[in-house]
Design a protein around this ligand. Structure first.
Ligand code: NAD
Length: 293
């Protein structure tokens, strides 16, 4: 069993970007600039955004944090997005989800300039992804593809089972794995809360991507020998032994599943770090080429 180590791969991505930023700095050129919009005081969202900003600083990207109260109105958010869309210095816009109930997520995402949509959530970018055209791939599925690529996992002709059909993880990774690319060329089964016989389907999988948000859901009896298991889940579970008061749990029962696998990604230290690395890569791309066509 080999660990798909998000620490190693994300560091390799960041080292590469850092070198390129250094070249820009040496020539006194503008560096990539990511603007993050954070609403409210959700602990997980705060942690994610802080980490993204810290990672920008580490590699020399400029970042701006735009904060709003939980009570923000749609009009205020629209104005903020229009301002960032029109700001020539801003290359990428990140809107940290979830949004408060009074704000229509679809409406706000659709307002982000597709050329600055480094989250890859704008319909123009999701459409491009579906057609295998260049565009911005949502950071988590993109990070998973980078992980598979780094470890040279053979995916062609393999049966990949994705658990979870969200717009930000499950559905896009199912499409990416089915494209005629490397990694890719999988036969994909997309499972969700209404799927019947999930265990039987998982037992036929060469690759399993667990993205449902239920700690320890994928157990050893659902995984065939030598499967590749990618754990996307991030759930905070109360843990008095931790300083923070919680532990981060993945969707996979790692202790019992890992011995059956050829490769497995851990939580933490797996897909979460790759998500940030992929976001930085998207921001670099936005910097270099505002027109994604
Ligand atoms: P979501 O809640 O939007 O979607 C969950 C999906 O799981 C749904 O499509 C649902 O149909 C499916 N599901 C729920 N129960 C199921 C069951 N019993 N059997 C089969 N399918 C079931 O979640 P999401 O936003 O896709 O996130 C999933 C998990 O991934 C969460 O833990 C989230 O925190 C984590 N996540 C991690 C990263 C990262 O960077 N590692 C990024 C995004 C999300």
């Amino acid at each position: 069993m080999e660990i798909l180590d998000g620490r190693v791969v994300s560091q390799a991505v960041k080292d590469d970007l850092k070198k390129q930023v250094l070249l820009l700095q040496q020539q006194n050129k503008k560096v990539p600039h990511l603007a993050a919009i954070l609403i409210g005081n959700n602990g997980a969202s705060e942690t994610y955004v802080a980490s993204k900003i810290k990672n920008c600083a580490e590699i020399g990207f400029k970042s701006t944090l735009v904060r709003f109260e939980e009570s923000v109105s749609e009009v205020e958010l629209i104005q903020a997005i229009e301002k960032l869309n029109n700001d020539k210095d801003v290359d990428g816009i990140l809107l940290q989800l979830p949004l408060p109930a009074q704000v229509r997520e679809e409406k706000i995402i659709n307002l982000i300039d597709p050329a600055k949509d480094v989250d890859g959530f704008h319909p123009q970018n999701t459409g491009r992804l579906m057609q295998g055209l260049p565009g911005y791939i949502p950071a988590t599925p993109y990070g998973i593809m980078l992980l598979l690529e780094y470890y040279k996992i053979e995916t062609a002709g393999k049966h990949a089972v994705v658990i979870g059909r969200s717009n930000i993880v499950g559905r896009p990774i199912s499409i990416l794995l089915s494209l005629n690319t490397n990694p890719g060329n999988c036969t994909v089964t997309l499972c969700h809360s209404r799927t019947k016989n999930l265990k039987d389907i998982c037992l036929q999988a060469d690759i399993i991507v667990a993205a449902l948000g239920k700690p320890g859901f994928l157990t050893a009896d659902m995984v065939k020998e030598n499967a590749v298991v990618i754990d996307v889940g991030i759930t905070r579970v109360a843990d008095a032994s931790k300083k923070s008061g919680f532990a981060i749990m993945g969707d996979v029962d790692f202790t019992n599943v890992a011995p059956r696998c050829s490769f497995i990604s851990p939580v933490p230290g797996g897909v979460g770090l790759m998500t940030i690395a992929a976001l930085l890569k998207n921001t670099w791309k936005a910097y270099g080429k505002k027109d994604t066509s």
